[in-house]
Design a protein around this ligand. Structure first.
Ligand SMILES: NC(=O)c1ccc[n+]([C@@H]2O[C@H](COP(=O)([O-])OP(=O)(O)OC[C@H]3O[C@@H](n4cnc5c(N)ncnc54)[C@H](OP(=O)(O)O)[C@@H]3O)[C@@H](O)[C@H]2O)c1
Length: 231
């Protein structure tokens, strides 16, 4: 299958790329600076044409359009889009919230995924499995939220959840399944060293959920273990 994954130079995106390549998929691995992405370059040496490195800054509409042209040179269809790239403004206690943080998180975490999905829709329509997976977070669940803080991050991911719901309704007629998934608390630069699970474990779970997805699950909010998360 042909996968497009964003934010692949480190963290969960890099591990998604590793596991997808190991099981034989074609991966279009997007990141802001492929030339500086040493781990991706090493995977390129190992997997050759099955890995295509694509320049993509998801906060920049011109970069999204250019990444489409780059992918289009290699394929006329994508089976799965994984919107993984994300940022966090950190703990943000009340009193430190700024417009700059709110909008910066929204640009990458909410606007980025929907604009990427919209740009690549014709390739996904032409794919065999037609799936869009957006990395959200469990702390974007309004129903489950028990602490304050993290205003920019949690709200931008809650916006992503709604954007995905709308998308799922619009693309149902094309047979495209679009979900949001919480990868768990993962040991990456974002999750930090005290997080509960490794990227390997998180990605194994994400791919299991992705592989088993059916159209009637479109628009839903999953945990990487496969359970559903309340809105
Ligand atoms: N780790 C966790 O515990 C956790 C929990 C819940 C949800 N998530 C979500 O899972 C996803 C991956 O997180 P992670 O833990 O792997 O984070 P990470 O280690 O901080 O990696 C973030 C990735 O996103 C990329 N990125 C950031 N801004 C970008 C932009 N404008 N355009 C393109 N790429 C951009 C980064 O690239 P650069 O190197 O260029 O910055 C990097 O590749 C995120 O959406 C995150 O919100 C993570």
């Amino acid at each position: 299958m042909r996968f497009l994954v964003t934010g692949t130079n480190r963290g969960i995106g890099l591990e998604l790329t590793r596991q997808l390549l190991a099981r034989g998929e074609q991966v279009f691995a997007a990141c802001r600076q492929p030339d500086a992405a040493a781990d991706l370059q090493a995977l390129k040496d190992e997997y050759g044409d099955r890995l295509v490195l694509v320049t993509l800054d998801v906060s920049d509409p011109a970069s999204i359009a250019a990444s489409y042209d780059a992918v289009r040179q290699h394929t006329d269809a994508l089976d799965v889009l994984i919107n993984n790239a994300g940022v966090s403004a950190g703990s943000e206690p009340l009193g430190t919230v700024t417009q700059e943080h709110l909008l910066a998180n929204y640009r990458v975490n909410a606007a980025g995924p929907i604009l990427v999905a919209q740009q690549f829709l014709d390739l996904i329509r032409a794919g065999a499995t037609k799936k869009i997976v957006n990395l959200t977070t469990g702390i974007s669940s309004i129903a489950s939220r028990e602490n304050g803080g993290m205003y920019s991050y949690t709200a931008s991911k809650a916006a992503l959840n709604m954007l995905n719901k709308n998308l799922s309704l619009d693309v149902a007629r094309d047979g495209i399944t679009a979900i949001v998934i919480d990868p768990g608390w993962v040991q990456t630069d974002m999750g930090g060293p005290n997080a509960w699970i490794t990227p390997e474990e998180s990605v194994r779970g994400i791919l299991k959920v992705l592989d088993g997805l059916t159209l009637d699950q479109s628009g839903h909010f999953f945990h990487y273990t496969g359970s559903e998360v309340p809105w």
